[in-house]
Ligand binder design. Sequence first.
Ligand code: UDB
Ligand code: ZN
Length: 184
Amino acid sequence: IITMKDIVREGAQILRKVTDEVVIPPSEEDKETLLCMLQYLKNSQTPELAAKYKLRSGVGLSANQIGLDKRMFAAYIVDDKGEHEYTLFNPKIISHSLTMIYLQQGEGCLSVDRAVPGYVPRYERIKVKAYDITGDEVVLKLSGYPAIVFQHEIDHLNGIMFYDHINPNNPLQLPENVDIKSVF
Ligand SMILES: CC(C)(C)[C@H](NC(=O)Nc1cc(F)cc(F)c1)C(=O)N(CC(=O)NO)CC1CCCC1
Ligand SMILES: [Zn+2]
C-alpha cells in the first residue's frame, strides 16, 4: 500500500517536470498503480487506517507525487451527494469559465510539509478530457471544489505547485478585473 514515505516532498525535481503521457490502452501495471493511488486517498479518509498508517487525509494524488513520470492522477471526494472516485490518465482541460474561485482557507499539498498562506485562484468551471481506468475517453464537467481539486492535480502533472499561483507581494490579493469568489 502507499503510505507517507512513498510521497515525494517539494524540492524533488520530479515535482517540477511536465510528466509523460501514459500509453493508451493503459498497461496492467499503470492501472494497478493508479488504483493504489486511489486506495491511498480512501485509506487516508478512513480514521482508523489514517491513524494506523499515519496518513495525511488526501483528496487528490498525482503520479509524480509518488515519483512516477506518468500523466495520471486519482481523486476521492466525498460530498453530500456521496463518494466520487476518479482515476484518470492523460487529463487535459479543454475549456474553462472566465469566472474564478478560491478556497477561503487557501491550499496545502501532500508534498508540502509547511503551511503556505494565500489565495490560489482557480477556474470555477472546467471541462476535462481524459481516459478512464479502462482506457475509454471521458469528458468531465466540474465546478466548485471538485474543479479546484482537478486543477491542483493537473497542475502537478505540469510541474506546477499551488503556491506558484499565490501573489508573492500580497498573498491575500486577488487578481484584478477578474470575477472571483471564495469557496469554503
Ligand atoms: C494537502 C492536504 C491538506 C492533505 C489536502 N487534503 C485535503 O484537502 N483533505 C480533505 C479535504 C476535505 F474537504 C475533506 C477530507 F476528508 C479531506 C490534499 O489532499 N490536497 C491534495 C494534494 O495535495 N494533491 O497533490 C490538497 C488540496 C488543496 C486544494 C485541492 C486539493
Ligand atoms: Zn498537491
